[in-house]
Unconditional design. Sequence first.
Length: 293
Amino acid sequence: MMARSMRELALGLMVALAGPVAAQNTSSVEVRFAPGKTGATYKGEITGYAAVDYYLQAGAGQTMQVMLNTSNLSNYFNVWAPGADAAMFVGASSGDHFSGQLPVSGRYRIQVFLMRNAARREESARYSLEISITDGAAVPADEFADGLSGGPDWYVVGDLPPQDSLNVRSGPGTGYDVVGTVSNGAELRNLGCRRADSSRWCQIENAAGSLRGWVNGRYLREGAAPATPGGAAGAPPELVRRDSGEFEIRFDTGCTLLFAPVGSLITAGSSCTAEQSIRASKAVDAYRREQGL
């Protein structure tokens, strides 16, 4: 999957120079959800001027979400409402994620294609397309007490297996990059939730404001604001992986440690204790094992 930031950097140039493709070889797929599911993921590959149309029935007022993960920066999708001549969502100008309330009932079309610049070079794209439809009904109480909107101002992380950590990702879903981790007991500000990967994902920010991203909502419980801006002295450490591959471990007490990509300690702040250094090292080791580094 190409990183979203790379897609955004290339977006303006591609839209200006490439132009949308006129598909010459289009296949069709009828979207079906498994019993009890509100979404499905389809994987495929297209080359040149080929395209794939995904059709699904949906009702007015329902919410559709579509997310594209792809190997090619010139791979996009458009969405058409039933009977419409113009697309209601144009991926080349709006990106790889659509979320919106549907205006009418009927058969919607989602077309996956390559932009003209890539199609004429006979480039290929391997992609996965996540499609979900929800009607705004309440989420079962035993799953998430506050549904998809509203909710408490603060969450606390809970129910993680011992010594495990919760990945913080750059977007709502497992296809996005991991930007950090948090542990049981971490206090997180609630920035809003949405449904993706047939799960509830919530955008959060840590108490110090140094880590922001998306986490799976199944591990979040209603919490209270930290007693102090820095949080409790014994709060779990937070991990942030830099673009360089180095790991930055931060404690709410102000202790910050830096580890090399191979997991060795580079430097530790003057306020860090021996116990915090050990905990930080364990957090880095756990992250590297989980990510296969």
